[in-house]
Design a protein around this ligand. Structure first.
Ligand code: UTP
Length: 291
C-alpha cells in the first residue's frame, strides 16, 4: 500500500525570477489557489495519508499556507464569508503534512533522500511541487494502481511533440499495453533525431525504498546535482521500472510560458468567468490579427 508522498519544493525557481526571489515558485497561484495546494489535493485524492514537503530557504510561505491562521479565521467568521472561512479551515486540515528543509540545493535526488527516515521501508509517491496534472482519476492514483499490480517503481510519462523531445527526460523500453511501458533506460534531453520515444517524464513517481540506498551512492551529475534520473538508472539494474502514459494533462508552472497557458486554461474552465474570459481572449486575438 502506498500511503506516503514526498513533495519536493526546495528549488530556487531561477527560471521564474524575479517573481521567485522572495516567494516560493510552488506558491505561485493558478487563479486563486497556490500550485502546491493542487498537488497536495491530488495526493489526498489518490489515497495518500501522509505528506512530507521538502522545503528550504525562503519557503516559509508554504508552511504558513497549510497552517492555521487564527486572525484570518476570526475576520472571516461571519455569515458573509462563510465559504471563504470554510475553505481557509479546510486547507489547514487537508492532510497530515510534515516539512523538512533541504539544507543545500543539491538536486532532486538529494531532495528525495531527505525523506529516508520519514518513509522507512515502504514504497512512496513523489509529486513535483511545481507541476499540476488535471485528470479524471488523479494521476498519482493511476500510478498507485499500477504499483499494486506489479510491485515495482512506476514513473508517469506524457506524449510530447517529437520536435520538443530535447527539452525533457525521455524513456526507452518495451510496450506492455497501450499506456504501459517497461523501462530499459531514461535519456535526459535527447537529440531530436535520435530519441527512442516521445514519452516524457511527467513529474510523478512511485518509488521503492531501494532508491535511498542508491541515492547514497550516486555521485553528483549534471549541474553538479544529485540527479534522480541517474539514481533511477541504477535502480533499473536491480529492479523493474514501469512507465505509465498518463490519462490527463500536465501543467508545469516552473517556466513562464507554460504558467501563462495554465492560467488561461484554468480560467476558461472556471464557470464564474469562463464566458467573459473567452470573449476577452477573442477580442485581444482579433485586435492582434488586425495589426
Ligand atoms: P526544478 O528543477 O524544476 O526546480 O525541480 P528548480 O530547481 O527550482 O527550477 P529552476 O531551474 O531553478 O527554475 C522540480 C521540483 O523539485 C524541487 C523544486 O522545488 C521543484 O518543485 N527541487 C529541485 C528540490 O526540492 N530540491 C532541489 O535541489 C531541486
Amino acid at each position: 500500500m502506498v500511503k506516503k508522498a514526498i513533495i519536493p519544493a526546495a528549488g530556487l525557481g531561477t527560471r521564474f525570477l524575479p517573481a521567485t526571489k522572495a516567494q516560493p515558485k510552488e506558491m505561485l497561484p493558478i487563479i486563486d489557489t497556490p500550485t502546491i495546494q493542487y498537488v497536495v489535493q491530488e495526493a489526498i485524492d489518490s489515497g495518500i495519508e501522509d505528506i512530507l514537503i521538502i522545503s528550504g530557504k525562503g519557503k516559509r510561505a508554504i508552511e504558513d499556507h497549510f497552517d492555521r491562521n487564527f486572525e484570518l479565521e476570526l475576520a472571516l467568521e461571519n455569515d458573509d464569508n462563510k465559504n471563504l472561512y470554510n475553505e481557509i479551515r479546510r486547507i489547514s486540515e487537508m492532510a497530515n503534512i510534515h516539512f523538512i528543509r533541504q539544507k543545500q540545493l543539491r538536486g532532486l535526488g538529494d531532495a528525495i533522500y531527505y525523506a529516508k527516515q520519514h518513509v522507512g521501508n515502504e514504497p512512496f509517491a513523489v509529486l513535483l511541487g511545481d507541476t499540476v496534472v488535471r485528470s479524471v482519476i488523479p494521476v498519482t492514483r493511476q500510478l498507485i494502481d499500477i504499483y499494486e499490480q506489479y510491485h515495482s517503481s512506476v514513473v508517469a510519462v506524457e506524449t510530447v511533440p517529437a520536435n520538443k523531445v530535447d527539452r525533457y527526460g525521455i524513456i526507452d523500453g518495451k510496450i506492455i499495453s497501450e499506456s504501459l511501458w517497461q523501462l530499459s533506460r531514461l535519456i535526459e534531453k535527447p537529440d531530436i533525431n535520435n530519441s527512442p520515444t516521445n514519452l516524457a517524464v511527467a513529474g510523478r513517481y512511485i518509488l521503492t525504498p531501494e532508491i535511498f540506498k542508491i541515492i547514497e551512492q550516486t555521485a553528483p551529475g549534471k549541474n553538479n546535482e544529485i540527479q534522480l534520473t541517474d539514481a533511477m538508472h541504477t535502480l533499473l539494474k536491480r529492479e523493474n521500472i514501469y512507465a505509465h502514459v498518463i490519462e490527463g494533462k500536465r501543467y508545469d508552472i516552473g517556466n513562464k510560458l507554460d504558467y501563462l497557458k495554465t492560467f488561461i486554461e484554468f480560467g476558461l474552465s472556471r464557470q464564474e468567468f469562463s464566458n467573459d474570459l473567452y470573449d476577452y481572449l477573442r477580442e485581444v486575438i482579433a485586435a492582434k490579427d488586425e495589426k
